[in-house]
Design a binder for this molecule. Structure first.
Ligand code: MTE
Length: 387
């Protein structure tokens, strides 16, 4: 029998560190409260709703809204009246204006199936610990977002030649003196035909948790780019300067060691997502009743496409390609599955490793950074196989 330790060490020495912290991260330690419409989600924060999807829900191409993670930096707006709501457009535009929800619904509607992932998904696996919401694997979901293209909305106001960045402001209720959640994206991404002023999610109006009545949808990018409860769009001649652009949501230009000072001038904004995969089943610490183990999960790559997902075989000496699901859409995850026969009963660690069309491959160990962003280490779960 191959013990778990041998199996892990057998094909990646870099894994032992990550493996060592896993027992501390069991879901039982998290609170679970009944939030209407979000039953079964893992509550990472009550103060501002931060709800994580249990990994076993990563089993469908489109995630039902009930299972879609929620990330709020502040309080959700207490009142939202679609009839009163306006979306203002200002800044470097020819004609500042305000649009109603009815006007936005009358514009050509476009749909994008997008995998949205919080930049901090996986932060709990950073060693040493980094502050922030301790997301494990489920700050991720895929939905069909629909609404007018952002470029059509911007063209109503007419972007001036010096308009280089597009700023979004939401209606969040800002507690105390903390800075409002305001960020910007470059004009090229704002004008991309798949960037939306989204009004619908999975065919129904956005729910309050997901940004009713409108949110930006910046496909393939970290979730923070997709501002919820959108109320103001301002075209700027430079990147927006504010806490959530800098120092927030920035990546060091070079690898940094824990404790090392990082000069903000040597960082860049986090934008597109990494290549990554997730094992949805069997679940971590589960017992599988037969040696024939059906492994399934999802894999995504931001603005790139998934090329392959591999799982180890032959005691980890080599990797074998999993079968990719037939559902495909440029910014959406791919389902994958693999049938594996355990050589004998015992404890095993199973893994998944994705490669994308840009040639990126998931690393064997956590790529530590001071904010715990874009962590995309090879996924692994421990199982016990019965005879
Ligand atoms: N928009 C506003 N106005 N306020 C927020 O706190 N959180 C952002 C983004 N948009 C946020 C926001 C972050 S960090 C993420 S990951 C996504 O919303 C999460 O979207 P969801 O809650 O619909 O899953």
């Amino acid at each position: 029998m191959i013990s778990r330790r041998e199996f892990v060490v057998g094909f990646s020495a870099g894994l032992s560190g990550a493996g060592a912290i896993w027992p501390l991260l069991s879901r039982a330690a998290d609170e679970s409260v009944a939030i209407p419409g979000k039953e079964g989600m893992v509550v990472r924060s009550h103060r501002f709703f931060d709800l994580e999807m249990p990994v076993e829900y990563a089993n469908s191409f489109v995630t039902p809204v009930e299972h879609f993670f929620v990330r709020n930096h502040m309080h959700e707006p207490s009142t939202l009246d679609g009839a009163e709501w306006r979306l203002s457009l200002s800044g470097e535009v020819e004609k500042p204006l305000g649009l109603t929800l009815t006007e936005l619904r009358k514009m050509e509607q476009h749909s994008v199936i997008n995998t949205l992932e919080c930049a901090g998904n996986g932060r709990a696996f950073a060693v040493p610990h980094v502050p922030g919401v301790q997301w494990q694997k489920g700050a991720i979901g895929t939905a069909r977002f629909s609404g007018p293209r952002l470029k059509d909305v911007l063209e109503r106001a007419g972007v001036k030649a010096n308009g280089k960045h597009v700023m979004f402001r939401g209606l969040d209720e800002v507690p105390g003196k903390v800075p409002a959640f305001v960020r910007s994206i470059p004009i090229e991404k704002a004008m991309d035909g798949d960037t939306l002023a989204a009004l619908n999610m999975n065919g129904a109006p956005l729910t309050k948790h997901h940004g009713f009545p409108a949110r930006a949808l910046v496909p393939g990018w970290i979730g923070a780019a997709s501002c919820k409860w959108l109320t103001e769009i301002k075209v700027l001649d430079k990147e927006f300067e504010g806490n959530f652009m800098s120092p927030g949501y920035r990546m060091p230009n070079h690898p940094v060691k824990p404790g090392e000072a990082v000069d903000v001038a040597d960082t860049h904004p986090a934008t597109a997502l990494n290549v990554k995969s997730l094992i949805a089943s069997p679940g971590d610490s589960s017992t599988v009743k037969s040696r024939a183990v059906h492994i399934q999960g999802v894999a995504w790559a931001g603005e790139a496409d998934i090329e392959k997902v591999e799982v180890p075989f032959d005691s980890g000496a080599s990797w074998q390609a999993a079968q990719l699901g037939k559902d495909q859409s440029h910014y959406a995850w791919r389902l994958w599955s693999h049938s594996w026969k355990a050589p004998q009963a015992g404890d095993y660690t199973i893994m998944s490793r994705a490669t994308d069309s840009a040639g990126r491959v998931q690393p064997d160990s956590v790529q530590w950074n001071p904010s715990g962003y874009l962590i995309n280490v090879v996924d692994r779960v421990r199982i016990h196989v019965q005879a």
